[in-house]
Design a protein around this ligand. Sequence first.
Ligand SMILES: [Zn+2]
Length: 380
Amino acid sequence: VPALPPEPPEAGLDQAAGFAAAWLRANCPCRRCRDPHSGQRLVSLTDLPARVRVTAGPESGGDLPVTFWPDGHQAVFSRSWLTQQSGPPADDRTEAAKRLWTRADFPAGPPAWPWPEYLARAAVREQGLTALLEEGLMLLRGVPAEPGAVLTVAASLGFVRETNYGRLFDVRVTTTPSNLAFTGLPIAPHTDNPYRDPVPTVQLLHCLEGAAAGGDSGLVDGFAAAGLLRQENPAAFGVLAGTPVTFAYADATAELRATRPLIGLDPAGRIREVRFNNRSMQPWRPGGPAGAAAGDRDPVAAAAAFYAAARAFAEILARPALMLTFRLEPGDCVAFDNTRVLHARTGFAATGTRHLQGCYADLDGVSSAVGVLRRRTHDA
Ligand SMILES: [Zn+2]
């Protein structure tokens, strides 16, 4: 590598006001670098000098003027904007941004709002959607018990994610079910559609008719459960976080598969996603990174470790103290974070009339809706 020429004495410094020269240049707010209307950047990183230094002028009125070397580019940074840029990135999807819960946190059932008020008042929508983001669940009562109403609820919080099941799907007893959801059998806590990548991140279930007996719904905070696993059995937590597993689904018109760990972490090691569905999980296979991390143990030992870890997680998920159980009445619509909250159902009589309609949506739409709602002055 040829040595770069020495910098002249007037080049400036590696940093100003505690910000690296390269950081300041990459985020230059001037009109040539950033479109004043959209706020989008007009220059790419490769347009900038590879080596940059900065000279700061005296700060006045909250403004910090700077000159960059080597091209003499000038800009003015606002001190208040610079102050806002410190601190960790605002990823609202990890456990750090959530309020984790167990059954005891909701003695009166899921946080619920009346649908007419939710529609009429921005403050109520903000509360409900904030619960969906932070607790991972929101119950709306009094949604008209009419077919298709679940799509109206989805439109209120983002955009419907259409899948091979359609824009919406019906959950009721059928005589030749392609999916155990369409029987009267009890269903253990699971996340939906783990065989997709990206997975649908919000699920909605709207009750049109309740079952005569049974058919209660259960929700489990998967982040809380994964946190317990990390505390009680760190080795098992590490195995699940480091082992990609394939989930698959096939029927006459679809062939879906995705390979991801049961517990997904962000680069800082925080829980960011849970995928858990025993119905569609495929056989563990050797050769993943976890096999290598485990010191190239033989595949038999690695497989045994994986199933022991998965079982330990399933046992935590099955603890009654974790599961919030409630009964969906006609007109109730529950929405939950499908990357975090697992749902379950007790068995019910196959001759009953239980009929739910569900659909999928996504958390980015929910975050966006909350962000827009928070812009208003608090008079609504
Ligand atoms: Zn600039």
